[in-house]
Design a protein around this ligand. Sequence first.
Ligand code: SF4
Length: 109
Amino acid sequence: MADDLARQLTKVLSTQTEALVAGVTEALTAQLGPVMLNDHKKDQDAVSYRPAEGTARCEVCTNFLVSGKCKAVRGQIDPNYWCELYEPRMRLVERTSIPTISQEAVDGG
Ligand code: SF4
């Protein structure tokens, strides 16, 4: 009798666990699938990805990754190219308040 009860409980719990795992997997796939599949990224043609003509280039863009990839654009990225989504890394420095020492303070005044 105890064995039958244990078997029944195991079967019920197993079925409920499978249903729970399936539901969670489906919900996570719906929410994270686009991110995991890089669906948030743009195609190179859509952002006019092309050889850089000035100092603005992928190598100094906040979206550029050292692996030769981009956080915003699909495919392999050449560090000497750029696109419409270019965001210079220097802007991060410009937003930061860096304390300065006046010449008067240096001179002891
Ligand atoms: S310029 Fe465009 S392609 Fe290059 S790293 Fe930045 S966002 Fe990516």
